[in-house]
Ligand binder design. Sequence first.
Ligand SMILES: Cc1cc2nc3c(=O)[nH]c(=O)nc-3n(C[C@H](O)[C@H](O)[C@H](O)COP(=O)(O)OP(=O)(O)OC[C@H]3O[C@@H](n4cnc5c(N)ncnc54)[C@H](O)[C@@H]3O)c2cc1C
Length: 410
Amino acid sequence: MDSTRFDVVVIGAGAAGLATSIFAARRSPDVTVVALDGAKRLGAKILVSGGGRCNVTNAAVTPSDYFGGSRNTIRRVLSRLTVAETIVFFRELGVSLHEEEHGKLFPDSNRASTVLDALLGECRRRGVELRTDHRVRRIERRGDGFLIETARGVLGARRVVLATGGLSLPKTGSDGGGYELARSLGHSIVTPTPALVPLVLEGDFHASLAGVSHEAEWILRIEGGKMVRMRGAMLWTHFGASGPVVMDLSRHWHRARLEQRTMRVAVNFLPGHAFESAERAWMSHASRRPKAHVRTLAAEWLPARVADALLSVACVAPAIPLAHVSREDRRRLLRALLEFEVAVRDSRGFGYAEVTAGGVPLDEIDSASMQSRICPGLHLVGEILDVDGRIGGFNFQWSWSSARVAADGL
Ligand SMILES: Cc1cc2nc3c(=O)[nH]c(=O)nc-3n(C[C@H](O)[C@H](O)[C@H](O)COP(=O)(O)OP(=O)(O)OC[C@H]3O[C@@H](n4cnc5c(N)ncnc54)[C@H](O)[C@@H]3O)c2cc1C
């Protein structure tokens, strides 16, 4: 039994937990803050994030970049630590950021370790005690505080911050154990599903194209629900499809499957085009270059391997001159290009997911302090909450902003 009673015990020292510890210690230097983590080494997820470069945030973060809880609540939380303030926060820690495609902000070092080291360094400077290999098994309300049972003994806390993440990449330590802790203190859990995860496809169309990437629009039609259309880069793989547009779509697919809705997924290989405009483009090519082969045109629109695969699926001979393509063949090929149905068998699951959809519902939290409405003295931050952002730095921003709100409310 550790006789120490801390003012603040942060459970989980990932992005949200480390940031909460820093903000809490900076705000009140007299407050004792300890961060407990089950992992032997901290920050595994930060280190693998953004392909090892850590996409810290995005130049343009809005509530509509997030799903799950109420957008108004998300807006309130995001407004308490804006992107501009996040940039300053990291600059003060010695991490300058630069902007890349799609507004993604990365450290100038292009190394995720710079971000992790800066957070850990600031924790140490501010007197935050970091305890690794301290998995929390139980939290109990005791008097005006909490008793926390870890793998290495028991300690007391006036306030507890639950920052245990979700279920994505469980080998990093975020294995859903935090949901049980939240449940034991009276919270409900919106069923978690993987998000930002590659999709596994039926058939063998994808396998022959493994390694090919291109721009596409993915369309998810959900029976009795809204249609989701997303445009961006995709990558064919040996198991199915990946890349930003597929990852972004995956949360909607999983949520619809959870609700047992019938779904259809299609790929538009000519994003921005509908049938009429694509047919007009074709006719214009055919009149300007009547002798050009169908394959030549298709390969101008798409990587040659994808063009060949689609010609084969549509049963259109690649070497026919454009002028000789029958109306029927042209329309069949255009339909394959614009609305190519793919059968999604599953996703790659939590082991490959960048984030978790679902978690502790936001309406069980006071968004002014991230304090539980059910268990006073308990605050929740980061991915454990029912909020998931699209790809591009939005999930880390949720961690930083919710951490700031919690620290101000401790
Ligand atoms: C491969 C990958 C790449 C990503 N890239 C990006 C990116 O570039 N940009 C972006 O915005 N987002 C990215 N994300 C998402 C982002 O990493 C998460 O949204 C963010 O890390 C969530 O922070 P968190 O602190 O809430 O949870 P986590 O980072 O999951 O941290 C939770 C911590 O709690 C600990 N823990 C869990 N249970 C217990 C327990 N019972 N007792 C003690 N400790 C416990 C875990 O060991 C872990 O250290 C990526 C995710 C993955 C998997």
